[in-house]
Design a protein around this ligand. Structure first.
Ligand code: GLU
Length: 449
């Protein structure tokens, strides 16, 4: 593909939601897979709801997932540019003033619906007499402005949805300028996409009918519309609309839950595509294997448990070098490669490593249900130095002396040594616990480490 330029355009009115994080990721992977330019565009035309802290959180979220951007723009810095294009559309007669109040528009809609008519704006504003306009102005009414759609077919080939056809006559002329004179998202977005030479727009399918209007705005401004890819929105795992709980799930929630960013990347890069979901350990491989044409219209089901499964798999395969920075974040800088390799198969989240660290280094509360048995085991504890055969030799000796075997032999020892009834192989864990700790635990010394 030639020089492609793609933008991700979040509104900084809240935390980055999983659905938007997915749109960002797919846009980014598509761009990087095609050596394109990725732009972050902050859609902050809503001055009341847009907040700097959300903008920062969005950037942090993208970076956490491993995404970067080649340029950044904010719509609030571009008012003058919008102003001149808006004037052009007014001069060309593509923007027309409307004086209806929200209540009047609501009444119109209700009356259309009660007559089983589609709630399309009836263009009454185009019929207003000079006198009527004068009287509205005298009442202090200020106009909002609508874009006059051509009543003609609007056709495009969508990367995800294939051929799409609308007719301008079935759509309401969109409002582009508010009563206070400020421009709305639609026009700012189209002007930006033109100015920044955006070649591809990847966004959610909730924008499909907006796109039909946007295509006419590109034409009205003398530009060629970009290529569109509208991704289906995520549903919950039963296939319903994202439930309230998941519906409000932000990327930050997943981060706070202790999940690895690569588990989210792995899931979102494939969910809704015909490619199988795989646990990827690095983002470069995801880019190299990414193909946007594999996405289709079917609604992808988001299952948080699947994320945990991927997270587990990613951790089980993670090298010590990759784990190291995460371990340092968790105050586990002393945890070395040997320890990592032993606990890695036993963790679901990185923070579980801390649990095993505590099990090895203490303090732990030993579980001792049969003190006699544990006393016998203590007496048979092999001398140091210990090696990987120590555990088996010790267990065999205890077995010979007490006649116990299987679970009855191993479980009480595990419980006494670790205070838990599951965990990494004792042959390995024992070496991490060390002879001093092991002895103290079997003695059930209250000061035991
Ligand atoms: N700010 C819009 C949104 O978050 C952007 C849509 C678009 O990509 O044009 O829905």
């Amino acid at each position: 593909m030639g020089n492609i330029k793609v933008r991700f355009a979040p509104s900084p009115t809240g935390m980055l939601h999983v659905g938007n994080a997915r749109t960002a990721l797919i846009s980014w992977l598509f761009t990087r897979a095609n050596n394109g330019h990725f732009m972050l565009r902050i859609d902050d035309t809503d001055k009341v709801r847009s907040k700097d802290e959300y903008e920062l959180a969005i950037e942090e979220g993208l970076s956490w997932m491993g995404m970067d951007w080649d340029s950044k723009a904010r719509q609030r810095d571009r008012s003058d540019i919008y102003e001149s294009k808006i004037e052009q559309l007014k001069t060309d007669g593509r923007l027309y003033p409307c004086y209806e109040t929200p209540e009047e528009l609501d009444l119109k809609r209700k009356s259309q619906l009660s007559r089983k008519l589609p709630p399309i704006y009836d263009r009454e504003a185009l019929e207003l007499s000079e006198d009527k306009i004068k009287s509205y102005k005298a009442q202090g009414r200020k106009p909002h402005w609508r874009f006059k759609l051509n009543h003609a077919p609007i056709i495009w080939n969508d990367i995800v949805r294939g051929d799409i056809k609308f007719d301008g006559k079935d759509l309401s002329d969109p409002v582009l300028i508010r009563e206070d004179g400020s421009p709305l998202y639609h026009i700012c977005s189209v002007i930006d996409d033109i100015d920044y030479d955006i070649t591809h727009v990847v966004r959610g399918e909730d924008h499909v009918s907006n796109t039909a209007c946007h295509i006419q705005m590109f034409e009205a401004l003398g530009a060629k519309a970009p290529i569109f890819a509208h991704l289906p929105l995520l549903s919950d795992k039963e296939g319903g609309k994202l439930s309230k709980r998941i519906g409000s799930l932000s990327l930050k929630d997943l981060q706070d839950d202790g999940l690895e960013p690569m588990s989210i990347v792995s899931l979102m890069a494939r969910l809704g595509s015909s490619e199988p979901i795989e646990a990827f350990s690095d983002i470069k491989t995801v880019i190299d294997n990414f193909d946007i044409s594999k996405f289709s219209r079917g609604t992808p089901k988001f299952d948080a448990e699947e994320l945990v499964r991927l997270n587990t798999k990613i951790l089980h395969e993670m090298s010590f070098d990759n784990a190291k920075p995460r371990l340092i974040e968790l105050d586990l800088s002393e945890l070395d490669e040997e320890f990592w390799n032993i606990v890695r198969p036993n963790i679901t989240r990185m923070s579980d490593a801390k649990e095993w660290w505590n099990v090895a280094k203490g303090p732990v509360t030993p579980i001792i249900e049969d003190p006699e048995f544990i006393k016998a085991a203590l007496e048979l504890m092999p001398p140091t130095p210990w090696n990987k055969d120590t555990w088996m030799n010790w267990a065999n000796a205890v077995k010979a002396q007490t006649g116990r075997k299987g679970k009855k032999l191993f479980m009480p020892l595990r419980q006494a040594l670790t205070g838990m009834d599951h965990g990494p192989e004792l042959s390995e864990l024992l070496l991490l616990i060390g002879a001093d700790n092991a002895k103290q635990r079997l003695q059930n010394d209250k000061k035991a480490a």
